[in-house]
Design a protein around this ligand. Structure first.
Ligand SMILES: [Zn+2]
Length: 155
């Protein structure tokens, strides 16, 4: 699973994939080390009735850890900025669709490309999300917007 840290690496991973690239997907995921982005490529093989779409994992974009969150600064997400830039480049080079549902902040409640029909738009920020099944959280907004509302209601 390569760590993608330049457009050239992303580009060579796309070229290694079999089939015609149709969609490049960027989704957030997190572990104990912090947030990172997973890049997947959907490709199409065959024609007409024999058309098949496959999803291939290309690699991750990780800038290592959420230590910046504890420095008391507003966290910024350069990996999101770079992924956006590389995705747009790939879109114009290959004529594919670049799908990055949460391109300014980490969120792992976003639908992947094939789950879009199950998703709703967050009532506050309009981002695509899969509604939470938690009974303690509102279902019409994303978790980040929920935190913002909580913060505003504090005083
Ligand atoms: Zn939101």
């Amino acid at each position: 699973m390569p760590n993608i840290n330049s457009f050239d690496i992303l580009d060579s991973e796309i070229q290694k994939a079999s089939g015609r690239p149709t969609v490049l997907e960027a989704l957030w995921d997190g572990d104990t080390q912090g947030w990172f982005l997973i890049l997947n490529l959907y490709t199409e093989t065959g024609k007409f009735f024999w058309k098949r779409e496959t999803r291939q994992h290309l690699g991750t974009v990780s800038f290592g850890g959420d230590i910046r969150l504890f420095n008391g600064e507003v966290p910024s997400w350069p990996e999101a900025e770079l992924t956006k830039e590389w995705g747009q480049k790939a879109a114009s080079k290959y004529g594919l669709t670049f799908y990055f549902p949460s391109d300014s902040e980490p969120d792992d409640d976003c639908p992947n490309w094939t789950q879009r029909h199950l998703a709703i738009n967050c009532a506050d920020c309009n981002k695509l999300i899969i509604p939470t099944d938690s009974e303690y959280l509102p279902k019409d907004i994303c978790y980040n917007c929920h935190l913002k509302r909580e913060f505003r209601n504090k005083d």
